[in-house]
Design a protein around this ligand. Sequence first.
Ligand code: MSP
Length: 682
Amino acid sequence: MENEKFYITTPIYYPSDKLHIGHTYCTVATDAMARYKRLQGCDVMFLTGTDEHGQKIEDKAREAGVTPKEFVDNIVEGPKGVKDLWKLMNISNDRFIRTTDGYHVSAVQKIFKKMHDNGDIYKGTYKGKYCKPCESFWTESQLVDGKCPDCGREVQDAEEEAYFFRLSKYADRVRDLLENTDFLQPRSRVNEMVKNFIDPGLEDLCVSRTSFTWGIPVDFDPGHVVYVWVDALFNYTTALGFLNEQYGDYAKYWPADVHFVGKEIVRFHSIIWPAMLMSMDMPLPKHVFGHGWLLLDGGKMSKSKGNVVDPYILAEKFGVDALRFFLMRTFPFGSDGNFSNELLIQTINTDLANDLGNLVSRTTAMVGKYFGGALPAGCGAIDDERFLADAAAQGSSVELSAVNPADPSLYDAQLVAMAGGLRGVYASAMDAFAPHTALSEVFKLIQRANKYIDETAPWTLAKDMEANGARLAHVLYNLLEASRICGILLSPFMPESMEKLFVQIGAGPEVQTWDSAAKWGLLPETTTVTKGENLFPRIDMDKALEELEALEAEARKAALPPIELEPQLTESVDFDTFCKSDFRVVKVKACEAVKKSEKLLKFTLDDGTGTDRQILSGIHKFYEPETLVGKTLVAIVNLPPRKMMGQMSCGMLLSAVHTEHGEEKLNLIMLDDAIPAGAKLC
Ligand code: MSP
């Protein structure tokens, strides 16, 4: 394992909005895996980054009034942007790629040209359906109820000259890869891919667009930009230096050991990606793991639904490590899981405060209280050799069967046996991409150690130090050792807190290694133990939920565009005067711009009287006249008639006005078309 290379990636994120806890989930999982491999001594390359091209980004930038590059720069590099979030979450990526980086752009152009030159990319006409939010093309047969099969939203008709990739040519090889190897995991995803995409017949894939420009230009055919998924998927290789001079470790790290991806992008990674690599004659990644989604109230989180969970708030409130741990411990990695603040607090309280926190604080407190902070020499020696053979033979989930209460050293045997087997079961789970199982194994030992405290009752032993002092020291030493081993195996998940744990139990770097996690009795017996700050304080559920709600409400408010409203009038108007205003429902029969006026629109309105009413309104800046014909509006009809630009205006149309980002906004009050003209508003 020493120096064995391990290349792991996260998906590269769309910087179209700030990232939420769902995005954080995959990156934390990848980070834990990368740290685990480093702990084992592997030479790890951990890549993450951002996928910055495509129509969605172009549209968002236009809405924001900035260039696409300025738009993505802000979300990637700006305050509380992607890079800030990974720093906060203690993500240890070795490299960060942005698909707008020059080296990537030119490499993708070379890749596209190569597939074109070898005949796998050809020119045709694209007719089909396009899902804008997902940036995905679909054929009619792939739609579900006429909607995008990934996100369930409406799709648009699309027809344009485009380049196609001969995906169909690779159908058999991809099927074989999926069905007959362990390339795609978990296995249930294989069935989904084969049934939904391969069995119905793989069609060639449209890989260029001409209807927008924010993409990598096809250098041999101006006007075309490379389909964003072709651009994005090759990031895994360009970031190592494939077809560019920026980096030089493609030969060392490619093929990737595993791509971690969310379930909705498994199709791209397990069908399109291997097919393109086959076309390029490049080795295939060893594994793609499709993890599940974090759901909120049973549905997917999304900015447009307004139900995203902000990792900044949670990390600030509960700590980065507690949040990282919760994500990995609670949700089986291959399945969907329902996120809730209650579950988060409950997990922190049960596992971290009660189980782990208590084990460490009780143990260190007792070493302090009974031995002044350092145990006596000789306390680590295992005084009963009988269980050593058993210990070696046991896995962590198997307990020694019979314990003779008169022979307390058998409790020691159980603890040591479990600890001895733990590293093996933990590694098997991690290697199978099941971090939740690995954590659950560690917690079995933590729970066992807490039980050992109750069984050995150190406070009773302490009553007669002369008779039981040696036994007491040994019990406490065993507890420190169990804590040390758990600390090592938890460190990929909670790196900072485990450093604190090591300081508290007096474990130096030489006994924090992967090797030392499989050996009992390595902690120096007389090491200095310090009862430090509580690693994971217990959280008051009700109070925390209330505070979270307030913080979330504040954040939602801060995310709203700064809106300025006219101050409300304080001077009151008497009811009779108010009732003299005659507000009526009117229907727009015709609407046109008033000649020589930049502002005025002339409305011909049905006001229910049988005679047309004419009103002029200075709202041309906000509406094109033809869009208002047929609309049902509200007018005050008993204002004195007024002449404007030589035309009469008999009344006024009602609108809602406010200022947003310093810009005046106006919305005509529009009513349901079922309401008849002339109806009075009161
Ligand atoms: N840009 C593409 C990936 C290209 S990789 C060559 C993309 N980006 S994304 O920002 O939309 O999503 C990135 C990852 O976040 C995906 O794997 C996606 O599944 C994951 N998640 C987004 N929301 C999620 C949850 N609510 N829960 C878990 N993961 C989620 O797709």
